[in-house]
Structures are given as structure tokens and as C-alpha cells.
Ligand binder design. Sequence first.
Ligand SMILES: Cc1ncc(COP(=O)(O)O)c(C=O)c1O
Length: 368
Amino acid sequence: MMQPRVGDPVAAVPTPALVIDLDAMERNLARMAAFAREHRLKLRPHAKMHKSARIAALQVAAGAVGVCVQKLSEAEALAAGGVADIYISNEIVDAAKLARVAALAGRIRLAIAVDSSLGIDRLALALKAAGTSLDVFVEIDVGQGRCGVAPTAAGALAHQVVSHGLRFAGLQAYHGKAQHLRSADERAAAIRHAVALVRAAQASITGAGIACPLVTGAGSGSFAFEAASGVYGELQAGSYLFMDRDYADNQPAPGAPVFEHALFVKSQVVSRGASHAVVDAGHKSHAIDSGLPRTWQRDLVFANGGDEHGILHPGRDALPELGDTVWLVPGHCDPTVNLHDRYVAVRGGLAGGVVEGVWPVDARGCLV
Ligand SMILES: Cc1ncc(COP(=O)(O)O)c(C=O)c1O
């Protein structure tokens, strides 16, 4: 297989390729780290987005306390790559998986979310059998209608956690539906509602005689509002590092840092008609659940050409010629990354830069 090599000019990278603009990514990394520091908040970026132990290490070096993942196998893959502090911000109820969670808790600092009595009982059993411990967050539903209990049920679950001798670490309160509400006002209102529910859950927990050490949540669309709330102590945003097209379509939140696109699919024009051009990147190269990619620094209209093709029509710019490179900004970074084995990390810009690294997507396909 043709592989990009360190030192190659970016022009020589075979297409389609998943490319990181390192200079842009590092600016995003530093901006979010500075934001968290200034607000005296912990930053625990969501690594389900990049699935890379190397990128997680960069985030920790810039001040993150650790990372979140969504799946056990993601946690195992990142731990194998040297990540030492991981929070599985998700529920696991399968006993065999919980035995692996308990084993992993013996190797790294680990945390997990729960939202059921059964889940807590099984987790406690697994940890007892392994003789290990971890931090347990009770998840409340703050508006997405996904996982999480009603705020009034949080106290009983926290009590059950403590009764088993487990460490109750606080509340998981992530509002997924808020992230892509386009106007900043709509997102602010959604997080105001989430904050009211968090306060109710805190009351339920303190009413059960238990302290609630930390509230964790927030994504790249809403973190400025959670940060201003006074109740959240930790931010879980992930996509800020790469900034996909869907997030760029949001109206920016006042006071939030501005993030740049740092993840691209490099594609090449392989066919040219009189009024269209065809690139070699289709939806096996980029996820389309959040819409189609945008062409970078060329105003062209991208249409879905199937698995392996993208069809370009003129926008304000003229069509590219056969053999030209076209850079695509994916609609949604997380599932786009999961389509690729490796990142090509480029220094010095997309136009004239050089390959600085070829990094594995360590947790690619880790869905279990
Ligand atoms: C639980 C949880 N926390 C944080 C995030 C981070 O969101 P984003 O990558 O959109 O910043 C997600 C994303 O879906 C999530 O599910």
C-alpha cells in the first residue's frame, strides 16, 4: 500500500487521506486549555473524537486532567497507548465487560458513569472480585433524552454507590442536543435548563446526606455556557480540537475561543466533465451523518457521489482541473476519524507543508 512518509511534501500524500493541520490543531489545543485555566475548570476532552493516545498525551501536556471515552475498548486501547487517566462517560451493564473495567481500574486511574441500580450492583461485584476501585459518576438526563436518570432520582443512586463502598465522584450532565442549536441564544437557553436540572440533582444528593464533588459535562457547542454557570467543574468538549463543518456552522458563543478547522480529507480530481468535477473521496472517507463536507478555500458545491466519489459543481469559484488537490472539511469529525487507520500530521500548512508524523487511530473500530 502507498503510505505517506515523514518528510514528504504534503503534495505527495496519496489520496484520500485524513490530514491534521498541526499548526491549527495546536492553536485550538492552546486556546481551550487557556479557557479552562482562566475559568478555573478542569478540562477532560472527549477522546472518542480523535481516538489517539498521542493526541490525548498532547491534551494532558497542555493541562487536561485526563480524557473521556465512550467505550470500554476505547479506554483499553488508549490505556495501552499510555493514557493514565480515563473517564468512561457512559453506562456499561454487561457483567463480562464490567470485569474488564475492573481489571483496567487496576492499571490506570479510571472513572465510569452509571444510571441504574442494576449497573451499580454489577459494577460493585466486578470491582470486589478484582480488588480494584474507580470513580463513579451518576448520570442525569439534562435534555437529550438519552442516558441518565431524572434529577430527583440522583440521590438514591448516589446513596447506592456509597453503600457499596464505591467512590461517588459527582454528576455526569452532558446535553448532546444543545451542541448544534445554531444560535448562541438557543444554546444558552438549553444550558440554563440543564443547570436547573443539575441543581435539582445536587439537592437530591445532598438531601441523601452525600457530598457531590464534581459536575462534569459540556461539548464544543456549549462549553462557554457550562463554564459560566458556576455549577460545572469539568468540561468534556472534544471536537474543538479539529472543528468540523457542522460546528463551524454554529453562531459563535460570546466569550468562547474561536477554533479553526484542523482536520481535512485530502482528495484529488479523478474525472472532469464540462460542468462538474469528481474527487476520489466519498462517504467511505468522510461521515455524512451531519451533512456533506465543505471544500476548503474554494467555494464549490460538494454533492454525494457515493462510497468513493464526491461530485463538485461550481460555486463562486471555478471547477478544479483533473489531478488537482481539493481539501475537504468533514461534516462530522468523530465518525470521519473512525473510517481511517491513520492520521497524516502536516506542519507548515496544507499548501506547502511537510508530513511531520503518521499517527495511528489507536481506537479505530473500538465500539465494544
Ligand atoms: C458524553 C459526552 N461528552 C462530551 C462530548 C463532546 O462533544 P463534542 O465532541 O461535540 O465537543 C460528547 C459528544 O458526543 C459526549 O457524548
